[in-house]
Design a protein around this ligand. Sequence first.
Ligand code: GAL
Ligand code: CA
Length: 352
Amino acid sequence: MNQKIRSCFSRWCPDRAAALLAAGLLLGLAGCGPAGKGTDTIRVGVALYTQDDTFISTIQQDMERLVRQRENEQQLKINLSTADGRSNQTTQLEQVDRFLSQGCDVLCVNIVDRTAAAVIVDKAQEAGVPLIFFNRQPVAEDIRRADNIYYVGAQAEEAGRLQGQLVLQAWQTQREQLDRNGDGVLQYVMLEGEPGHQDALLRTEYSVKALTSAGVEVEKLASDTANWNRAQGTAKTAQWIGQFGEQIEVVFSNNDDMALGAIDAFQEAQLELPLVVGVDATAPALEAIRQGELYGTVLNDAEGIAEAMVDLALALTRGENPAQTLEMDEGHYIWLPCQQITLQDLEENQNG
Ligand code: GAL
Ligand code: CA
């Protein structure tokens, strides 16, 4: 770049020189670029797959709150900027380019398309910027490409298994109520998240496995994607109610928003609710548990994810080895544990 400017000046091409000068000035004014490093301001770019997702916007809010907290505790300035990928990988790549060209110190990416991670890895490596993927998990090959690439999230199998165990426990303790047709088989429908998302694939698989491996006979009436979305969850469930009505004994949902959508559909149809379970533990889901509508959920620790990312980003900008202060698997992965939540847990928590 410097050489380009010099050679350009020596040949005197005023337009290009002026453009480069202006670009340099702009970068300088925005306080970005490598010159920003070494000062007390840490720049963290956060690229979200979409802001229009209950769980993801919770992570975003938690990050913002934690950043303010760390600023006060540690007397530093953290500049957190967020970009909404609007579920479009091309849009997100442009946002990544912008963060890198503005000289961010750490880049956090909630990738739109998990299979596009290699492109982002290339860009971050070229810019020498540490990269933290979260919630949407690229393949291990992409994460292991370099030491300064990380993944923060929950284990997809674990959430599925815990969800299945919630249902298993209910089946063992309230069989009469649950087994509506009394055939000893658990008839269920499955609301799946986005196709290809690790949490959709593995939660679907492991929730049912928790039952079958305990010897429970199950029958899948229907399963389909509702893309993590409440309204789509309602539409799908309404369709299944039309087909199967009260034969549905359990609704497994890969997340809470779709589970709440299923509850909406049963209420609109004025049918008694089957057992409905979700994942995430969003605020509206906890409220639905208190109301006795949602049987249970599994905590997907938004706050833990946010905190791990903020602290990882801080450690990296200080040039520390993050594995010394954060619990890290294989030098790349930070896993947040999941936890079952039912009405009983909420009540115990309130009293305890
Ligand atoms: C899942 C979460 C969903 C949705 C999705 C987005 O972990 O359970 O509600 O937010 O991530 O990637
Ligand atoms: Ca049955």
